[in-house]
Ligand binder design. Sequence first.
Ligand code: SF4
Length: 109
Amino acid sequence: MDKKKDLRLGRRAFVKVLGTAAAALPFMGFFKNVRAAEKISPDDPMAQSLKYVEDASKADASIRGGDDRFCHNCMQYTGDPKAEYGPCNIFGGKLVSSKGWCMSWVKKP
Ligand code: SF4
């Protein structure tokens, strides 16, 4: 008799764990998105190859091609232009400085 009770408790505990795991699934997606929205490091190999800088005024002027070129007015920038950082398509949605710049800059239409 006690064994049956133990089994029922075990099954209840299992169902509880399953329910908790199911409830956590949407939050796991949330945390995945938060992770995707990390800032790109200027030390990142791709950032270095594209000469990304967080402060466009520090970019090589001969490569930058104009002092009106910033991430916030680049076609690849999908964030709020007035925000400090926003996602960039080139860096897989990672955040770039709105005052930054890189060699992939293309004027936002
Ligand atoms: Fe900034 Fe555009 Fe380069 Fe992305 S592609 S880092 S938004 S200049």
